[in-house]
Design a protein around this ligand. Structure first.
Ligand SMILES: [Zn+2]
Ligand SMILES: [Zn+2]
Length: 136
């Protein structure tokens, strides 16, 4: 199992298997949520993720557009969030306490990245969302 936790440690979760490498999302919402140039996320099937503690501290913030994010009510760390229309969680990779054995697989929403954002490395870059998945 790969374990993850928030900054204060109250919220803990673990999962058995991710179905993606680490995706770097450069969209404007992810920049606000993370405070940095891009959000590093992996996708984990809903059935593979288990909350170990602190699930009651999860707070959801939803924009009028329907885009949402969840975070720890105590420390503000972003938390795993259900993907709309999919039986899967989007998991912020920075929460992981174990090495997930994954590497950066690609960059999405590169067309709307911050002007000061310099993308390094060889991973593929997509101007918008992943092919076949257009909502950010
Ligand atoms: Zn916390
Ligand atoms: Zn994003």
């Amino acid at each position: 199992m790969i374990r993850g936790s928030c900054l204060c440690g109250a919220v803990r979760f673990e999962y058995g298997r991710a179905v993606t490498q680490v995706g770097m999302c450069h969209c404007s919402q992810c920049r606000k949520v993370s405070g940095v140039a891009s959000n590093a996320v992996i996708v984990v099937p809903e059935a593979e993720l288990r909350w170990s503690s602190g699930e009651e501290l999860r707070q959801v913030f939803r924009k009028p557009s329907g885009w949402s994010t969840s975070f720890c009510r105590t420390c503000g760390s972003p938390l795993p969030q259900k993907l709309p229309g999919a039986a899967a969680y989007w998991v912020p990779a920075g929460l992981l306490d174990d090495d997930p054995g994954l590497r950066i697989g690609g960059h999405i929403w590169v067309g709307s990245k911050a002007p000061w954002d310099e993308i390094a490395g060889e991973a593929r870059q997509f101007q918008d969302g992943l092919p076949g998945r257009k909502s950010s």
